[in-house]
Design a protein around this ligand. Structure first.
Ligand SMILES: [Ca+2]
Length: 254
């Protein structure tokens, strides 16, 4: 791992700015614990585990849906489609609801859990990329370095957090997961998952999922890692990617 390349990937401004500062970010290579089947037609935009059950959302106009998935077999157990003009993005579970966002247009939806019946809608400004929650707020990414914290009931913004790595803003924050007091974020178009301190936005470490990318061996440039789910009860961490044939349990970094 060349740390200057890592920092360049983490910061879109690094290319034109001064060379990266001496790096102090610990990089953990992802270690596979288990491998499960994953629907290779799923253009994964959201992944989570709620009370032991895996939920996934997929993107692209005309192909976007939200699904309940059997983790061990990868079988889609239940599925609800979005309107064909919508590009589905992230999901978050809050109590007995699943909330979902879409890429453009600020349209969010609420679904019942576990049935996935549509029970409401909400709106937000700008783009929607991914969501997770810290037990108090919903956290929303939109491809910028700024994460928005939303009131889970009203979906109003209560706080904004700028994510930085060695003092530089981190662009392209995508799929999110709250793991043991840190926010994990796929960095779009990179093999990196940033581990973010929610108190100050600093990236405190990076998980490099290159070993998983090598395993799935896909040549499509859109088939990037995207999808992190954490079972908060069993303390298991799962990752996948867009159109990946596999979903991996990986070791939690210490
Ligand atoms: Ca997630």
């Amino acid at each position: 791992m060349i740390l200057s390349l890592l920092l360049a990937a983490l910061s879109a401004q690094a290319v034109s700015a001064t060379p990266p500062a001496p790096a102090s970010l610990p990089v953990t290579q992802a270690e596979i614990v288990a491998t499960y089947p994953h629907d290779p037609r799923a253009f994964t935009e959201g992944l989570l585990i709620d009370r032991g059950t895996l939920y996934e959302s997929t993107g692209r106009e005309g192909q976007s849906d939200i699904r309940r998935v059997d983790l061990k077999t990868g079988r889609v157990v239940a599925r609800v489609k979005l309107a064909p003009q919508l590009f589905g993005e992230g999901i978050v579970a809050w109590r007995n609801q699943l909330l979902s966002v879409t890429w453009h247009g600020g349209q969010g939806f609420k679904w019942s859990l576990p049935a996935l019946k549509r029970i409401g809608a909400f709106s937000y400004t700008g783009e929607g990329w991914a969501m997770t929650d810290d037990g108090r707020n919903i956290i929303l990414s939109d491809g910028t370095p700024v994460l928005r914290f939303l009131d889970p009931v009203t979906q109003k913004v209560v706080r904004r957090l700028t994510v930085t790595a060695n003092g530089r803003p981190v662009e392209q924050l995508n799929e999110l997961e709250y793991v043991d007091g840190q926010i994990y974020a796929n960095i779009w178009m990179t093999p990196y998952i940033a581990r973010i301190d929610p108190a100050n936005g600093r990236v405190v470490g990076v998980i490099d999922v290159s070993p998983l990318i090598a395993k799935v061996a896909l040549s499509d440039r859109d088939s990037v890692p995207n999808g992190i789910a954490y079972d908060r009860v069993a303390h298991r961490l799962y990752v996948t990617g867009k159109n990946w044939p596999s979903l991996f349990e990986i070791k939690r970094p210490r």
